[in-house]
Design a protein around this ligand. Structure first.
Ligand code: SIN
Length: 303
């Protein structure tokens, strides 16, 4: 019998497996396929103050070992999430959920987090300062340490819930940004978001994505994500949620050895909608294979 329970910012998870924001909606479609209470939790679609239609199409392109997206933070807005999505979610998910928050100003991040502060279903706020697909927001907050710290402080003033800052890999020094967020009061760090990339259609001699560039995710980015989780673990004392190209229970174990307390699974949900359930089910056998009795023993264990 192995122990898969971990504690993320003071809230216990039955296991560390978390579908990543933007790949799981609000969970409803997946709940029709399997009982999503088997998950540690899930991170719901990035929510902004106003509803957003997102970027023009096409906004998905294939890539070797993964995919590019330029969705552009499509979401129904915070009012709709609080009035409709969260009450609906009560019918099919019975654990604290992770709320992913996006914004175009420091004030917007704080306001949306403040609105979610009173929602009892929300366990953690994952503040996305790393979306590469929007202009004047998103990643621009996560590529500058001072700006990342400003968002963190503002959000922390707006909520009593644990705040995880979601970082961009599109930086020279990920450790500097992570340290700035932790120093500004972040309760945890989640990383990585997608890497900026591009595809060109040779027939049209033009970018495939209407937004020209997009974020690369999928198996190809796993070694980069792992390296960055490793680097961040060396410089912060707060828990890390590791994501980027995780596709199996063995990948999750690697992420935890690099320093992650919990592990998000993103693009793989789009390849196989049962991916997260399969990883949860395969985790005990993978632990036994490597002689792991308790996942807590391996967090950062490769340092
Ligand atoms: C998007 O909506 O563009 C994807 C979200 C993100 O990359 O942060």
């Amino acid at each position: 019998m192995v122990n898969t329970k971990v504690s993320l910012c003071g809230i216990e998870l039955d296991n560390p497996i978390i579908p990543a924001s933007g790949t799981f909606g609000y969970g409803a479609e997946f709940a029709k396929l399997y009982d999503i209470d088997c998950l540690g939790t899930f991170s719901f679609k990035g929510t902004t103050r106003e509803p957003r239609f997102g970027n023009p199409t096409p906004r998905i392109a294939e890539a070797p070992g993964g995919m590019l997206n330029s969705v552009g933070l499509q979401n129904p807005g915070i009012d709709h999430v609080i009035e409709h999505e969260l009450p609906e979610m009560k019918r099919y998910f019975h654990k604290p959920v992770m709320a992913n928050v996006s914004g175009f100003s420091v004030e917007e991040f704080a306001e949306v987090c403040g609105r979610l502060d009173t929602c009892e279903q929300v366990g953690w706020l994952e503040v996305n300062i790393s979306c590469p697909n929007v202009h004047g927001g998103g990643m621009s907050f996560g590529t500058d340490a001072k700006m990342a710290a400003r968002v963190t402080s503002a959000v922390k003033r707006a909520t009593r819930k644990p705040v995880l800052m979601k970082l961009s890999p599109n930086v020279t020094d990920i450790a500097e940004i992570a340290r700035a967020c932790a120093d500004a009061g972040a309760d945890g760090i989640s990383l990585i978001n997608t890497l900026m990339g591009m595809r060109i259609d040779p027939r049209r001699r033009a970018p495939i994505l209407a937004n020209r560039t997009g974020g690369l995710s999928g198996g190809a980015v796993f070694p980069i994500a792992l390296r960055m989780v490793w680097q961040v673990y060396e410089v912060v004392d707060v828990p890390i949620v590791g994501l980027g190209g995780v596709r199996s229970a063995e990948d999750a174990i690697e992420m935890m050895l690099a320093g992650a307390t919990a592990v998000e699974v993103g693009a793989e949900n789009l390849v196989n909608p049962f991916a997260c359930r399969n990883i949860v089910n395969e985790l005990p056998a993978a632990m036994e294979k490597y002689g792991i009795r308790d996942l807590n023993e391996i967090i950062g264990g490769a340092h």
